[in-house]
Design a protein around this ligand. Structure first.
Ligand SMILES: Nc1ncnc2c1ncn2[C@@H]1O[C@H](COP(=O)(O)OP(=O)(O)OP(=O)(O)O)[C@@H](O)[C@H]1O
Ligand SMILES: [K+]
Ligand SMILES: [Mg+2]
Length: 676
């Protein structure tokens, strides 16, 4: 698989991030981040005191005040830089997508003729013809024809994909190119509402809103900021009363050290980078909320065919039952599959060829094809002579035959059970009231599935396989794959019922799907991952789309969501723990001259009061850029239960958060002390 996606930070991204760090100093922008906004105001106050020392009577402290001002300014710039850097990759990606979105000429069908129009004029419902070498002018559904389409502009995948009318592979995306044949497409989106438009605004972050989780954390951080603001402001009169002189820049330095600037500066970068990780993984998440929900999932609904198994269910054997001959069984299976375009149907005809079996193709001429439906779980053909040929799930065919007064051969169940126990799918073949035998459809569980489900179990996620297949096959595959639970013979509406049942117990549910009949369930699920190859309805209902159309990717999406939540939690813990250490650096320094006993609190043995304050402030600033890589990459995630994880993170980031600044500030003080 060749990916053209940009996944590295380029010098140009870094350059524009540096520029943006200054642009973001605009107070109207800063106000959205209350913690850093307080720092910005503090910076301005110290700046005023440096510029007008006469007015503030701060002539003696100009050197110190300039230093404080510069460190504070850097603190704000570092936080802005973190956010700008996180946004950079998305912006670069949006730029390259915009190049894909040029205006092109479309062949619009008007009456019986074709009119050349600009793609920007196309509306929902318009019909266009796209021939070899041409670009598809808008999102839509193929209504006739078959073509291979190069979707690399959108998916980064260079191998063309087949698009054809009818079924689950009929949706096409504007901006992709037809590389062979010719298709007729019904446009499904008005200008400005296309998939490409949505993708651009998504990676650009235009629609980025704070998620509920981020909002809750912001509220906490703002409350902490207000509390420390009150503490610091009330220090001044108290000091006054004790006849201790406290300079305003020192109080501001104390405040900035105490409020959670580390997480305040990195919070938005963490969220953007998390979304970006999902995008780099070729999954489009419609909102940050969806990614976070993925991190909190309790239950995952997966279908069997194509998700847990490879899904190329191939006919591998014909089995006759009762007194029927193998030749007749195979022959009717083939006639019943003649116009069945599903992979299962095609594989029956291939098996006939491979086994050199002959059958009378002309029988089907003029017959009426009965398409496979998940509701009936059968397909076949009604012959012109009145005979009805069916193949399908064994219980469905049995019911159909019995309804016509037929009987079920005694050895049918034993034969189908054998296939099912081996994990295969048995399809019964019948003509009118007579069952001839079985088609053995083989499918294999994808390698490594059981390890992945084991990982999910350790994360505390329950997996439920929902399949239209029979209970025995389902049980075998479920055992082999290691899912926790399964539901067999499920119809599309059963999926939504399972989701509702789990949600009623207060659980968050994820599911994948691609068909139009999956759309309601995808919309109902907290995390719905649709396949890009799937129908427009599925893609619209879901809150994520996988551009590679790999349904098992939901597992990685969950891991990314968890990593995002964990990174945020870990850095919050670290940030707050950090501030404790700074308290011990600054408080003794502030009072030491007036209250010599305070020296007992000077546990760090810092050089001088001024050096102590500056060192704490410098540490407070540089910890932000130092943690940018962690915020962007996310903390390493190992599957384990939520409570063990919490314990581990408290030790690493809580204890680490207390110890690191003691060492850091002490080291910085050794240098700073040489100058002040
Ligand atoms: N082309 C076909 N013709 C006749 N019967 C079919 C055909 N394809 C599948 N079936 C039968 O219908 C059943 C249901 O198919 P469906 O696609 O709804 O579910 P599934 O593929 O078995 O399971 P999953 O939901 O895991 O994809 C299958 O188990 C099989 O017995
Ligand atoms: K701080
Ligand atoms: Mg299926």
């Amino acid at each position: 698989m060749k990916k053209t996606r940009q996944s590295m930070l380029t010098p140009s991204i870094v350059r524009s991030a540096i520029k943006d760090s200054f642009v973001k100093l605009n107070p109207l922008t800063m106000m959205k981040n209350p913690v850093m906004f307080v720092v910005e105001i503090g910076t301005l106050i110290v700046l005023l005191m440096t510029v007008f020392p006469g007015y503030f009577h701060t002539e003696d402290d100009i050197g110190f005040n300039i230093t404080v001002f510069l460190i504070l300014l850097l603190t704000v710039l570092f936080a802005n830089f973190a956010e700008a850097l996180a946004e950079g990759r998305g912006k670069a990606q949006a730029d390259s997508l915009k190049k894909t979105k040029k205006d092109i000429t479309a062949n619009k069908m008007v009456g019986n003729g074709i009119k050349l129009v600009s793609s920007a004029e196309l509306r929902k419902g318009d019909i266009v013809v796209v021939a070899q070498g041409e670009m598809i002018p808008g999102d839509g559904e193929v209504i006739s024809g078959l073509a291979s389409v190069d979707e690399s502009a959108i998916t980064g995948e260079s191998a063309p994909v087949i698009k054809e009318a009818g079924g689950d592979f009929s949706s096409v995306t504007g901006g992709t190119r037809v590389v062979s044949d010719r298709i007729v497409v019904r446009i499904a989106a008005d200008p400005g509402e296309s998939f490409l438009d949505r993708m651009i605004s998504l990676v650009e972050g235009a629609k980025r809103q704070k998620t509920p989780n981020e909002l809750a954390l912001s509220t906490l951080l703002t409350s902490l900021t207000i509390i420390f603001l009150i503490v610091v402001v009330t220090l001044a009169p108290m000091a006054d009363y004790l006849d201790i002189e406290l300079q305003i820049p020192v109080l501001i330095a104390l405040l900035v050290c105490l409020i959670p600037t580390t997480i305040g500066g990195l919070l938005s970068a963490i969220g953007i980078a998390g979304m970006d990780r999902v995008t780099q993984f070729n999954v489009l998440a419609m909102s940050g909320k969806a990614v976070e929900a993925a991190g909190d999932i309790n239950t995952m609904i997966l279908d069997k065919t194509g998700t847990i198994t490879f899904g190329n269910r191939m006919a591998s054997e014909f089995v006759a039952v009762g007194k029927e001959s193998l030749r007749d069984t195979a022959g009717w299976a083939a006639v019943g599959s003649l116009r069945d375009e599903t992979p299962e149907g095609r594989s029956v005809l291939e098996l006939m060829k491979k086994q050199l079996l002959r059958y009378d193709e002309s029988l089907a001429e003029g017959g009426e094809f009965i398409e496979f439906k998940a509701e009936t779980r059968m397909s076949g053909i009604d012959l012109p002579d009145g005979r009805k040929v069916r193949k399908g799930a064994v219980d469905a065919v049995k019911k159909w035959v019995i309804a016509q007064g037929g009987e079920v051969p005694a050895d049918l169940d034993a034969a189908s059970d054998r296939i099912a126990r081996e994990g295969g799918t048995p399809l019964a073949v019948a003509v009118d009231s007579r069952i001839y035998g079985l088609i053995y459809l083989k499918d294999t569980v994808k390698p490594g599935m059981s390890e992945r489900f084991e990982q999910l179990r350790r994360m505390g996620i329950k997996t439920i396989m929902c399949t239209g297949d029979n209970p025995l096959t389902a049980a075998t595959i479920a055992r082999e794959a290691g899912v926790d639970d399964f539901i067999a013979e499920s119809k599309p509406e059963d999926k939504i019922a399972v989701i509702r049942r789990e949600q009623a117990e207060g659980k968050l549910v994820a599911m994948t799907g691609d068909g139009t009949n999956d759309a309601p369930a995808l919309a109902q699920a907290d995390v719905g991952l649709a396949m890009n190859s799937g129908t427009v309805a599925a893609k619209e209902a879901a809150n994520m789309v996988d551009l590679d159309s790999d349904p098992s990717k939901i597992i990685e999406v969950v891991a990314i969501g968890k990593q995002l939540l964990m990174t945020r939690g870990a850095l919050t813990t670290f940030s707050i723990a950090n501030d404790i250490a700074k308290y011990f650096a600054i408080i003794p320094a502030m009072f030491i001259l007036a209250i010599p006993e305070m020296n007992a609190l000077n546990v760090m043995g810092l050089g001088s009061p001024q050096s102590a304050i500056l060192s704490a402030l410098i540490f407070n600033a540089i910890i932000i850029p130092l943690l940018i890589p962690l915020a962007m990459k996310g903390v390493a995630y190992k599957p384990m239960s939520a409570s063990r994880l919490l314990g581990r993170n408290l030790v690493v980031y809580g204890l680490g958060g207390v110890i690191v600044p003691f060492i850091g500030i002490k080291l910085i003080d050794l240098f700073v002390h040489l100058w002040v």
